[in-house]
Design a protein around this ligand. Structure first.
Ligand code: AG3
Length: 284
């Protein structure tokens, strides 16, 4: 029988993310590398035997050394293979640099990363240095600002905008609202595409439905797609591809070499949805 002390030690030696009141994921701590609170959120980096380094913001897993490529490749490459020639790219959030790393595989002119929390950048530069060399690339501009204020003010136009936010809580909450997408639409070139992470199809279906309803009023093509992401709630994740002119299944270009997850078969398959998600997106 375990004593109270043993239970407490067990909890201290692992990190848990609750996915519902009664389910979740845990990671045994090999080491706690960083735990601090910025002006915006709690930032933690832990080391786990299986997943390597894991970044958590306000207790929610953002990325891990072992599975980051599922999420970042699937966030970025579907838009790049379906746009004729994207040159100017915007990333909202994504301070860990993983999305930018994938973007810079393509021959683009300019990419702008707008992250609200300088401390996320600093912590990731220290603990995930392989994700962030992208900041030194001379095609990259880093802006520390609130993403929704940035898009409300900017007069620049972009070919592709990626919203690499956290869940709809804390500093990311406004990036999931209709108002944000209305403003975002004004920053897109005519053949522009926006891609946003949209949550877990299993745990966050209500928020996906809500998003689908307002996005359909704003964009002609609202296409949800999914990918496995082992460390995220439910293990499968939803993204939404938004455009007035571009259709995701009309492939224009081959993906770059050297990817670990994405290829054109995966691209096709990702837009095939299970029945419970099928009627949400307008499919092409
Ligand atoms: N952004 C999406 C993280 C969502 C995770 N949600 C959760 N664990 N409940 C990830 C940022 C990686 N660049």
């Amino acid at each position: 029988m375990s004593t109270k002390k043993e239970n407490r030690e067990a909890v201290l030696s692992e990190e848990r993310e609750y996915h519902s009141q009664s389910s979740g994921i845990f990671f045994k701590l090999k080491r706690l590398l960083h735990r601090d609170r910025s002006d915006y959120q709690k930032i933690e980096v832990i080391e786990n035997e299986y997943f390597g380094r894991i970044l958590l913001l306000d207790g929610l897993v953002q990325t891990s050394e072992r599975d980051e490529f599922f999420y970042h490749e699937m966030l970025v490459h579907p838009a790049f293979v379906s746009h004729p020639s994207p040159q100017n790219i915007l990333v909202i959030g994504g301070g860990d640099g993983g999305a930018l790393k994938e973007i810079l595989r393509w021959p683009i002119k300019h990419s702008c990363l707008v992250e609200i929390d300088q401390q996320v950048i600093d912590v990731c530069q220290e603990y995930f240095p392989w994700l962030l060399p992208s900041l030194e690339d001379d095609r990259t501009e880093l802006v520390i600002a609130d993403g929704s204020e940035f898009i409300a003010k900017t007069d620049k136009k972009f070919d592709v905008v990626f919203i690499d936010s956290s869940d709809p809580a804390g500093p990311s909450a406004c990036l999931h609202e209709r108002d944000f997408y209305e403003k975002l639409k004004r920053c897109l070139n005519p053949e522009g595409i926006a891609v946003s992470q949209a949550g877990s199809p299993f745990y966050h279906l209500d928020s996906i439905k809500k998003k689908d309803a307002f996005l359909k009023k704003l964009f002609k093509n609202v296409c949800f797609y999914t990918s496995p992401v082992p460390t995220y709630p439910g293990g499968s994740w939803c993204f939404v591809f938004l455009s007035d002119e571009v259709q995701p299944l009309k492939i224009k270009r081959n993906p770059p070499r050297g990817l670990k997850y994405f290829n054109l078969d995966i691209h096709q398959a990702a837009f095939s949805l299970p029945n419970f998600l099928k009627n949400l997106g307008s499919h092409v």
